[in-house]
Design a protein around this ligand. Structure first.
Ligand code: SF4
Ligand code: SF4
Length: 754
């Protein structure tokens, strides 16, 4: 709890005619001895040493910086005491418009509403700091050892990289040999400059580098039995042919790769029906085994034909079922097929880039191995060649013996001793039938997580990664912001278990995942969070006296950070925690808090706002709880672009909408706020929540909140959850003003003035 605070006003960043001296005087008047120093400094960035001197001389234990957004120049203000900010620039002066909606033409003296807005924010800032403590250290002694699961191309690269950084490595491979799918690929697509030639895979050297490294221990014919503990101090139980081995490890890299998509999905294209139709992976194996290469080989990248056939089959099945039982028509008959099979077929599309590059390589091999006596045809709908591999594609375009054309493949049939491939909409300007001896179809790379549990977590929430269907079975849980991240802190996915990748990309991926694993290991050692709240040293603290063992926190934590005992009392694992606050948003007993972010703190901030009794004359008051990840920056960016919104709103940043506790809404309603807006990330299939589930969980809780408000006689419409992405800064002012308009139409909160 900060008890001696210094409040600094950054005159260079506070404009708009605000009476800054008045803000300082009012804050000092209200907080008495709590504020030991109040200064108006010409430019905050130049006052860093002055503030440091004040901290030492006056023994300040908190500093409140009033000026620009807390997202600006944060690294300048690293003091040995608690630091907080009041955003008087982006979300006050710059975004202010007059109550009648007209633009504010900056004057020497700010209008009353703007001055009041700024004063509310200053008082909220002091209250926030007053209720904030320095967190105790959660640092642990870590084991500098990385567990790599999967001994294929990606796993080998990861093991080698981690060892070269000085970390011990435990490598677990379920087969009896290392190498994975590349065992069947002596020649691979380009792995480096000039990026236009196939290469020897040199797998044996990669394997040697790992097996001969004294820092690496390899377990073959081994699978994970259980992973217990938390980052920095995991215990891995590994089932081997010699029994279970137990190893202490710090972090984990999941590089278990892929399995081929069930052949039934390509049956409409002849797979499984004719020996003259194989997948690219099978053709690779044939080449390795020395099988005779036929004279004419068609590589067909377009699988629309199979997808259409399955869709037709689904429709026929649905119709049949509907006719049999008309009362059960609709979703029930359609759902099983659509959800399972069509979803699975997506893996063919996801794997298109890998297959495009793979087929270029295989087509080249066909010509090379037969001294150009064989002819390779590549028929594609979308040739997807990632990045610089375009050079390989260009080279193959000129390759004698390789013929490529865009084409819709509409039929593949066996005629006599050969196959006929019907092509339409080709680049040759005509439709044609192609006679070939072998048809090679793409391989759907299905992540191993979709088929089996690869880590076996000894977590309260279960042994598998949760909600894999959200990510189409892939282990990566946030491709945009945090690549390699899974829903389990300390476990990083790399290679094709994360997304279908070419071999060169798998190598990059392995290195990236090693860096994340090392970062997490070091973070655990320092007791700080990994992304997105990187370096945050706070963590949830439980006041177990009041805990009713309702298990809401353990069930809702998006990262499985909480275990529990047999009675249901939560058992925190701080190093697994991402500090999102979803647990304390869930807790009905207010048992959970962070030293510097807690229920009482936000409640106190809410209570600092002056809510006028006269709604008509002085307007409504709206509380906006804005997610700090997307919504708050979007508001800042809107302000910086001089986009404005109603001056009746007061914004409080929250770690995630998942951390919003219903008590804050009750606090706001009892205080007389007329509406509460929860502004956070998109949820659902295209979710953008940095904590994966936070905004979705908040949405679920809205139902309870609405019922509570209804019981209290307050219209549930007074509380709304709205979605915004970080780049939707142009949209956010309209979202806010729309909500304010709806609240004005509802009239004043019936609790106002009570
Ligand atoms: S819900 Fe969030 S803050 Fe709470 S334990 Fe889980 S990760 Fe940590
Ligand atoms: S949500 Fe609160 S009351 Fe329920 S188990 Fe967790 S800490 Fe205890």
């Amino acid at each position: 709890m900060a008890e001696k605070i210094g409040v600094y006003f950054d005159l260079a960043n506070i404009g708009g005619g605000l009476d800054v001296q008045n803000l300082a005087d009012e804050a000092t008047k209200k907080w008495g001895d709590l504020i030991a120093v109040t200064k108006l400094v010409p430019e905050l960035a130049n006052a860093v040493s002055e503030i440091a001197d004040d901290i030492a001389k006056e023994k300040l234990d908190g500093v409140l910086l009033c000026g620009a957004s807390p997202r600006i120049d944060t690294e300048l203000y690293r003091f040995p005491v608690q630091v907080d900010y009041v955003n008087l620039r982006e979300q006050c002066v710059l975004s202010y418009k007059n109550p009648d909606g007209s633009p504010y033409i900056v004057a020497d003296t700010a209008p009353k509403e703007l001055q009041e807005l700024a004063l509310d924010y200053v008082q909220m800032g002091v209250a926030k700091l007053q209720k904030s403590n320095v967190p105790d250290s959660a640092a642990i002694t870590t084991t500098p050892r990385i567990l790599v699961i999967g001994g294929g191309w990606t796993g080998l690269t990861a093991a080698k990289e981690a060892a070269s950084m000085g970390y011990e490595v435990i490598l677990v491979e379920k087969k009896g040999e290392l190498g994975g799918a590349v065992v069947n690929m002596p020649v691979v697509s380009p792995l480096g400059p000039m990026w236009d030639k196939k290469e020897e895979s040199n797998l044996k050297f990669k394997i040697q580098a790992v097996t001969q490294d004294p820092k690496v221990t390899v377990y073959l014919n081994a699978v994970m039995e259980k992973l217990e503990g938390q980052p920095g101090e995991y215990v891995a139980h590994i089932a081997t042919s010699e029994g279970t081995k137990t190893e202490a490890v710090g972090t984990v890299i999941l590089a278990t790769g892929w399995v081929p998509l069930d052949a039934k999905y390509l049956e409409p294209m002849g797979l499984g029906r004719s020996p003259k139709v194989v997948t690219a992976a099978e053709f690779g194996k044939m080449l390795v085994s020395g099988a005779t290469i036929p004279a004419r080989v068609a590589f067909v990248l377009d699988t629309t034909m199979a997808e259409n056939a399955w869709k037709e089959k689904a429709e026929a099945l649905a119709k049949e079922a509907e006719e049999a039982k008309p009362e059960e028509a609709g979703e029930a008959t359609e759902a099983p097929f659509v959800k399972a099979d069509l979803e699975s077929m997506k893996h063919l599309q996801y794997s298109n880039a890998v297959n495009s590059v793979g087929m270029l390589r295989l087509a080249n091999t066909v010509c090379e191995k037969t001294n150009d006596r064989s002819q390779a045809y590549i028929l594609y709908k979308n040739m997807t060649v990632p990045g610089i591999l375009e050079r390989f594609y260009k080279k193959m375009q000129d390759r004698l013996g390789v013929m490529m054309t865009k084409a819709d493949v509409t039929d593949i049939r066996e005629v006599g001793d050969h196959m006929v491939v019907s092509c339409q909409n080709t680049l040759l300007g005509c439709d044609f039938d192609l006679d070939v001896d072998l048809v090679v179809l793409p391989t759907g790379l299905v992540p191993t997580t979709a088929k089996e549990v690869t880590v076996q977590f000894g977590y309260r929430q279960g042994p598998e990664f949760p909600d894999l269907e959200l990510f189409d079975g892939f282990a990566d849980s946030n491709y945009i912001c945090f690549p390699y991240e899974t829903r389990r802190t300390g476990v990083y996915a790399a290679g094709c278990v994360r997304q279908p990748l070419t071999l060169d990309a798998c190598e990059v991926d392995a290195k990236g995942a090693v860096l994340k694993a090392v970062q997490c290991l070091e973070a655990a050692g320092h007791g700080v969070a990994v992304h997105p709240r990187a370096l945050d040293n706070s963590y949830p603290v439980f006041n177990f006296v009041r805990c009713t063992q309702c298990k809401r926190c353990t069930e809702e934590c998006p990262f499985g950070a909480l275990d529990d005992d047999e009675k249901g009392t939560p058992k925190p694992n701080p190093a697994r925690c991402r500090r999102c606050g979803t647990c304390f948003g869930a807790c009905p007993e207010r048992v959970i808090s962070f030293a510097n972010y807690n229920i009482d703190q936000i409640g106190s901030m809410i209570r600092q706002v002056r809510v006028p009794a006269d709604f008509k004359k002085e307007g409504p008051r709206i509380l906006i709880l804005a997610c700090e990840n997307d919504a708050y920056p979007a508001l800042d960016m809107a302000g910086m672009r001089r986009r404005t919104w109603s001056p009746f709103c007061r914004v409080i940043p929250v770690r995630c909408l998942g951390s919003v506790n219903a008590i804050w809404i009750s606090d706001a309603m009892s205080k007389g706020f007329d509406g509460v807006m929860l502004l956070g990330c998109k949820y659902g299939d295209d979710y953008q929540c940095h904590f994966v589930k936070g905004s979705e969980i908040c949405n679920r809780r809205m139902q309870n909140i609405a019922e509570t408000l209804d019981r209290l006689g307050v219209q549930p419409e007074r509380v709304e959850q709205l979605e915004v992405a970080i780049d939707e800064y142009d949209k956010v002012p309209d979202l806010i003003d729309g909500f304010v308009t709806r609240i004005v139409a509802l009239g004043p909160n019936p609790f106002k003035g009570m």
